[in-house]
Design a binder for this molecule. Structure first.
Ligand code: SF4
Length: 283
């Protein structure tokens, strides 16, 4: 509740992104982090609207540029909880190079990808995670390219926390997101977030039938990188829970300078004129 704004989301009724936003709110609230210490950096696509609707600071940035922007925020003020958010088109298409570099750098941010296997905002084109065979506006006879495999890509790129959730299970997703935010390092949480309007294949019902989970599996060890990759392969990626986690120093902890205090701190109670003056300094 605390993290909802008065702006009504323009997502289609039933869109999975509602579940992601609710789960994120619950996760942040469960950790007791106040809204003014949270920044949501989002990309372009239906998912990108989350930065406008979540009751924290928000930056709606350029297509595919979520992770460089979120990295800059974290480096400039390490006391902030930085949530990067976007969709599969934004993050695994134009932005996929940034995923590799953010993962290997181990920047302490949580990257939530609302993966609906389609471009929703532009009304239904094949995305980097579309399943082969799915008919879309750009592939009316069915997509035929091998999809991107985000969990495996993040693990082999050096991410220290890799998980997957489903927006049809808000409680489970909230628990995963809370762990991801608590994790000191780069965390990818890929979320199956159905596009109810343009993807009639990967529906809530389809996921409920198809998904497996590592949660509650006593034989599953998330610190075992090869086991994580094997489970992802064996389930064709249709697995939820915390697949992998490990620890190593974060990017920002190894940078010289800037660690003690934020790059800039604005005094409380600034007027509009004060802000105009500050902005003028950057012109
Ligand atoms: Fe959600 Fe799809 Fe509607 Fe976009 S088009 S708001 S992804 S249901």
């Amino acid at each position: 509740e605390e993290f909802k704004t008065s702006v009504k989301p323009t997502w289609c009724p039933g869109c999975g992104d509602f579940g992601v936003m609710n789960a994120l709110g619950r996760a942040v609230a469960s950790l007791g982090i106040p809204g003014h210490e949270v920044v949501v950096v989002s990309g372009i696509g239906c998912s990108g609207k989350i930065s406008q609707h979540f009751g924290a600071y928000g930056i709606h940035t350029l297509h595919g540029r979520v992770l460089p922007t979120a990295t800059a925020v974290k480096v400039a003020n390490r006391s902030l909880t930085v949530i990067a958010a976007g969709g599969d088109g934004d993050g695994y298409g134009i932005g996929v190079g940034h995923l590799v570099h953010a993962a290997r750098r181990n920047v302490d941010i949580t990257y939530v990808v609302m993966d609906n296997h389609i471009y929703g905002l532009t009304t239904g084109q094949t995305s980097p995670t579309s399943d082969p065979g799915m008919a879309t506006k750009t592939h009316p006879r069915g997509a035929f390219e091998e999809p991107v495999h985000p969990l495996a890509l993040a693990i082999v790129s050096g991410a220290t926390f890799v998980a997957q959730g489903f927006s049809g299970d808000v409680n489970g997703l909230a628990r995963i997101l809370a762990e991801a935010i608590r994790h000191p390092g780069f965390a990818l949480v890929n979320v199956f977030s159905p596009c109810v309007t343009f993807n009639k294949v990967n529906t809530y019902a389809w996921y409920r039938e198809s998904l497996t989970s590592v949660d509650g599996d006593p034989d599953y060890d998330p610190s075992d990188r090869m086991a994580a990759l094997s489970r992802i392969e064996a389930t064709r990626g249709l697995v939820t829970g915390i697949l992998y986690r490990s620890r190593r120093p974060t990017f920002e902890s190894q940078l010289p300078g800037l660690g003690e205090k934020p790059l800039a701190v604005l005094p409380a109670g600034l007027s509009g004129e004060d802000l105009e003056d500050l902005l003028a300094e950057f012109e």
